[in-house]
Design a protein around this ligand. Structure first.
Ligand code: SAH
Ligand code: SF4
Length: 344
């Protein structure tokens, strides 16, 4: 894959500038401009000679829309890439100073989960590492540095394994943002071979597994990937990840009224996860295109959570933030499409 400037490591940038007749150390300067200072416009890389700046293109993408939630804590960015693909990134701040960026790893997604707006769009292409890192850099400010990155936007990161890993190496690079690996979380629908491959990388990144159902019958209906990699294999791979990294795995469980939120299913989930080094995140369903899917009531969600906790499985209902700016995965892109602004 051909990488744009934000997708290159210092050594590669050194080779690139050398091919343009510049001394190698300029490559390292370009890396620092992009990854440490978040500068994507070569003309703003003020310590580079003008001739070099004129020949560099750090990014071809453009911001289509940037929305900020009423409380000011959540913002969302719609980016148009060089080939017209549109992707979303979300920033979530907390009052305690945490600043988490949620990045997309693919334009669309081939996994096709029934409750996911992105999945219902189908798959367009993989993003390259620079396109992933750029989403983070566009939210970086001097006053408020990025503290966490989650690979939970559009797409299945483990289906774009090499570029997702490259993005992680760039985000943790000491000359760049230098994020701690423990501050990065990757979410997967359960691609078992890649989960095992990731465990072998020796990274300390967090792993989240999208479960959404405690049995194969239901999970296969919600997530077609389950027919390829059923629950037992996914959980074995997650256990292996926890063992290798010493990190607790999170299971994502989106609560859908009348679909997967009964007390019986909560008990089944306890049976499944009891005694494991894990945590369950209960997510209220964000609106989808399917009129038959609704978020569970608050009551139902609380009962479900209580069942898990009583059964010894740590669980938390995740707060749904940024609803007013369509912060959930795929929603802004969908809204733009409806407004007729998109050619997808
Ligand atoms: N493809 C990866 C990562 C991106 S999706 C994965 O599926 O894990 C990030 C999370 O959002 C996943 O847990 C996914 O199941 C969940 N999700 C997708 N659509 C949703 C919706 N409409 N409401 C709530 N959560 C949703
Ligand atoms: Fe793809 Fe994740 Fe959406 Fe499923 S939930 S379709 S894996 S992005």
């Amino acid at each position: 894959m051909n990488h744009s400037l934000p997708g290159l490591f210092p050594e590669e940038l050194e080779t690139l500038v050398a091919s343009l007749g510049e001394p190698a150390y300029r490559g390292r300067q370009v890396f620092e401009w992009i990854h440490r200072h978040g500068v994507l416009t070569p003309q703003d890389m003020t310590n580079l000679p003008r001739g070099l700046r004129d020949r560099l293109i750090a990014s071809n993408s453009e911001e289509v829309r940037r929305l900020v939630s009423v409380d000011g804590l959540t913002s969302k960015l719609l980016l148009r890439l060089h080939d017209g693909q549109e992707i979303e990134a979300v920033q979530m701040n907390t009052e305690t100073g945490r600043k988490t960026i949620c990045v997309s790893t693919q334009a669309g997604c081939a996994i096709g989960c029934v409750f996911c707006v992105t999945g219902q769009f189908g798959f367009a292409r993989n993003l390259e590492a620079g396109e992933v890192v750029e989403q983070v850099l566009r939210f970086a400010t001097v006053e408020r540095p990025v503290t966490n990155v989650v690979f939970m936007g559009m797409g299945e990161p483990l289906a774009n394994y090499d570029e997702a890993l490259r993005a992680i190496r760039l985000l943790t690079h000491p000359l760049g943002l230098h994020l701690g690996a423990r501050r990065i979380t990757l979410s997967t629908s359960g691609l078992v071979p890649q989960m095992r491959q990731l465990a072998a990388e020796g990274f300390q990144i967090g792993l989240a597994v999208s479960l959404h159902a405690p049995n194969d019958d239901l999970r296969s209906r919600l997530m077609p990937i389950n027919k390829r990699w059923p629950i037992a294999e996914v959980i074995a791979a997650a256990d292996h990840y926890a063992e290798r990294t010493g990190r607790r795995v999170s299971y994502e469980y989106t609560l859908m009224a009348g679909v997967n939120d009964s007390s019986e299913l909560a008990s089944e989930l306890v049976e499944l996860l009891h005694g494991r080094l894990c945590h369950v995140n209960l997510i209220p369903l964000n609106p989808t295109q399917d009129p038959s899917l609704h978020a569970s009531s608050a009551d139902r969600a609380l009962t479900f959570e209580r069942r898990l906790r009583e059964g010894g499985v740590p669980a938390t209902i995740r707060v749904n933030r940024g609803r007013d700016i369509l912060a959930a995965c795929g929603q802004l892109r969908l809204a733009e499409k409806k407004r007729g602004r998109m050619a997808v």
